[in-house]
Design a protein around this ligand. Sequence first.
Ligand code: 13P
Ligand code: SF4
Length: 312
Amino acid sequence: MADINDLKQEILRLKKEKNAIILGHFYQRPEVQDISDFLGDSLYLAQAVQKTTADIIVFAGVKFMAETAKIINPEKKVILPDLNAGCSLADSCPENEFKKFIDQYPNHKVVTYINSSIEVKALSDVICTSSNAKKIIESFYPNQKLIFAPDYNLGNYLSLELKRPMVLWKGGCHVHKKFSLEKILVLKRKFPKAQIISHPECSNEILIVSDFIGSTSNLLEYTKLSENDTFIVVTETGIIHQMKILNPKKTFIPAPPEDSNCGCNDCEFMKLIDLKKIYNSLVSEGPEIFIDENLRIRAEAPILRMLDISAR
Ligand code: 13P
Ligand code: SF4
């Protein structure tokens, strides 16, 4: 292919020819975000999947997202352009250990973050995302005992916010765990008027100093509504592309990770997807996501429960 514009044109042509759509997460490369038919956070993308009439869904995201799409839409072809696009958070909760863990708490309901494997979802009562987690937890009677997994930071944040103790699995996302409070405070001293806005997968010490905490779509919305014009963004850097599009006159400073001199904190799994791989996946109609039907049915119930509660 001669250049990036030819590649984009070919992707558009193939999408039309094959009745395919591209779903893109906010952490994708800017050029991938730009060609996505549906672009958003984990909840928005799961909702888009529920409504689509396309025959082929190309997921520009990570494996748990493509798996969720296949669980909801088993009759459709769901493609993940690079099957190595995993998630360290999902990997931090292996099915066997999680099964033993929940067996220790027999009277508890299991609330599981969507960033988890299909096997772990199948062991859960309801799924949540960072956008709807409060609503999902509050859908249970106050005296209902809960387990929250796999993200410890998000679970701890929700427990404190909702004043609701929960049994927490100690998993985490390597990208959000890598942010350095010290470096964020250095930036804050340099730009005293900047607001610190963070994803709840960050550690409590970072959330405590944050002016706003929310999912990727909540953070984006906040930058639009806020009168402030400078933000220190404490989540994966991909979201800054949309922040700049929505707010061309505002300044966005990516919070740096502690282990590098570079100012950005990328999720290498998200960044595995590029235009070339999307083009190839449309040509070959693969790599496809396949799921055992029995497992799919068990994982579908808690996802549908989440979508139902979210729609209320
Ligand atoms: P959001 O649902 O907030 O987009 O989060 C997805 C994710 O992977 C966070 O690390
Ligand atoms: Fe998983 Fe973290 Fe990447 Fe999100 S940013 S996909 S939680 S590894």
